[in-house]
Design a protein around this ligand. Structure first.
Ligand SMILES: [Zn+2]
Ligand SMILES: [Zn+2]
Length: 122
């Protein structure tokens, strides 16, 4: 149970928005639980802010392999950043789809022809 709580608090711990007693819990748990201590070390390789800042490079595959590995390790343990990545991918997908369906601007000649055809003949 406390391992689960540790995981949930980890993102806020690094972002720095955690209450003092929650911080103490995270520090204490990382020190006493070997698995979570290892997670903490992995999470410290890159900060959440840094990850979010370079997320577009990660998604586009523009990161060097060693950097990518750090991102993947962080995403495997930080649920908040993983959610952010999901949201980012979804936004990109929607943006690309919207762009694909955007109608081409009409050439002026065609536009004039349509307007002329619509003029009442009487
Ligand atoms: Zn633990
Ligand atoms: Zn994170």
């Amino acid at each position: 149970m406390s391992c689960q709580r540790f995981m949930l608090l980890l993102h806020e711990y690094f972002v720095g928005t955690l209450q003092a007693d929650d911080r103490d819990f995270v520090d204490g748990h990382a020190g006493s639980c070997r698995d979570c201590g290892a997670l903490m070390a992995v999470a410290k390789e890159i900060s959440c802010e840094e990850l979010v800042e370079f997320l577009n490079l990660y998604v586009d595959g523009d990161l060097p392999a060693d950097r990518r590995a750090i991102f993947e390790r962080h995403l495997a343990i930080c649920t908040e950043c993983l959610e952010y990545l999901r949201g980012y991918r979804e936004t990109m997908r929607v943006a690309k789809a919207a762009h694909a369906h955007e109608p081409e601007p009409m050439p002026p000649d065609l536009l004039r022809a349509i307007l002329a055809a619509r003029k009442p003949s009487s």
